[in-house]
Design a binder for this molecule. Structure first.
Ligand code: ATP
Ligand code: MG
Ligand code: FE
Length: 344
């Protein structure tokens, strides 16, 4: 089965072709980061307009690269939510229009399921069941995953997402959007002993997170310094921040593995690209003989490959999910757990 995937939930336009027998055939991505940078964050209307410009050329690119004929695909998967309504609508109408023209079925994919299953695209994929930490720009969730569509939420953030905390703290240090990679890089030169930030909810008895206080602690530290901040102080604050957030995430992951009795941990979402997080998780897991799995670096942030893949997995597990009534239904706010009903 060959599935075309279309991702347009936020500021990346991604298209990909996934073959359940041969694997990923081609994928193409356009990131709008440069366009949104001057505004310090994603401008929804600009995002929608840019998705319109990018989808068709990227579609042509994946068909050209793979050598697959349009008629040879079996279905089109598109991100139905959650995300920015206007941006989602572009992908939904594009996918449905194309499906109608080619007379192929469509399947609406949950963006977080795409992230969650993305480590299965790697060369050494984990087998089920596993604990998953989803750390992206909009979400921070710990889940127990027993199979495709079988997701049990263990805990999530009560306020800011991990990626959001990275981005907001980076902004306070004057770094460009998106701040995650920049603050991570800066932290490498920072002194770990200069700033001690709180580890919010690290010892709570549950799997909940809270990161808004950490961002406030960064703000307080910045304000206490004479302006302008020296590069050394910036790096030290960055280091204090990264150490704090990484410690909380690692602690809760280890707790989740211990309490579920599972041996495998899967990391997904943009923050999963973070080097300090990967190093700390690898060390903590190795000590306890757990295995950790990550998506390929390029598939940590938004992309079409994970949508094509999730769509294919869904269709394989339940062919009745393929729809031939075309429409533009999107679901900007959509809980991942709502998906469980399909598989029981
Ligand atoms: P969601 O998937 O929850 O809707 P999103 O699609 O915006 O949100 P992703 O594309 O998964 O999120 O990830 C983007 C986030 O990942 C941003 O907050 C970005 O700063 C963060 N990020 C990317 N690379 C790194 C890194 N190396 N270190 C820390 N954070 C990073
Ligand atoms: Mg993005
Ligand atoms: Fe995402």
């Amino acid at each position: 089965m060959i599935v075309l995937g279309v991702e347009s939930s936020c500021d990346e336009t991604g298209l990909a072709l996934y073959d359940t027998q041969k694997g990923l055939l081609a994928h193409a991505l356009h990131s709008q980061i440069a366009m949104h940078q001057e505004y310090g964050g994603v401008v929804p209307e600009l995002a929608s307009r840019d998705h319109i410009r990018r989808t068709l050329p990227l579609l042509e690119q994946v068909f050209a690269e793979s050598g697959v004929q349009r008629e040879a695909i079996d279905a089109i998967a598109f991100t139905q939510g959650p995300g920015l309504a206007g941006a989602l609508l572009v992908g939904a109408s594009f996918a449905n229009g194309l499906a109608m023209a080619l007379n192929k079925p469509v399947i609406g994919v949950h963006h977080l399921e795409g992230h969650l299953l993305s480590p299965l695209l790697a060369s050494n994929p984990p087998s089920f069941p596993f604990v998953a930490l989803l750390v992206s720009g909009g979400h921070t969730q710990l889940m127990r995953v027993d199979g495709v569509g079988q997701y049990t939420l263990l805990g999530e953030t009560l306020d800011d997402a991990a990626g959001e905390a990275f981005d907001k703290s980076a902004k306070l240090l004057g770094l460009p959007y998106p701040g995650g990679p920049a603050i991570s890089q800066l932290a490498e030169q920072g002194n770990p002993d200069s700033f001690q930030f709180p580890r919010p909810m690290m010892h709570s008895k549950d799997f909940q997170f809270s990161f808004s206080g950490l961002k406030t602690a960064v703000l307080t530290a910045v304000k206490a310094q004479p302006e302008p901040l020296s590069d050394t102080v910036k790096a030290d604050i960055a280091r204090g921040f990264v150490d704090a957030i990484v410690e909380v995430l690692v602690h809760k992951c280890m707790k989740a593995l211990k309490e579920t009795g599972l041996q495998r941990l899967v990391i997904a979402g943009g923050v999963g690209a973070n080097r300090q997080l990967r190093n700390a998780l690898n060390t903590a897991a190795a000590r306890r003989k757990y295995q950790v799995f990550y998506p390929e670096l390029e598939f940590c942030t938004d992309n079409g490959a994970m949508i094509a893949f999730a769509g294919a997995m869904r269709l394989q597990s339940d062919p009745t999910l393929a729809r031939s009534e075309y429409g533009f239904n999107v679901n900007p706010r959509w809980a991942l757990q709502g998906l469980n009903t399909a598989q029981g």
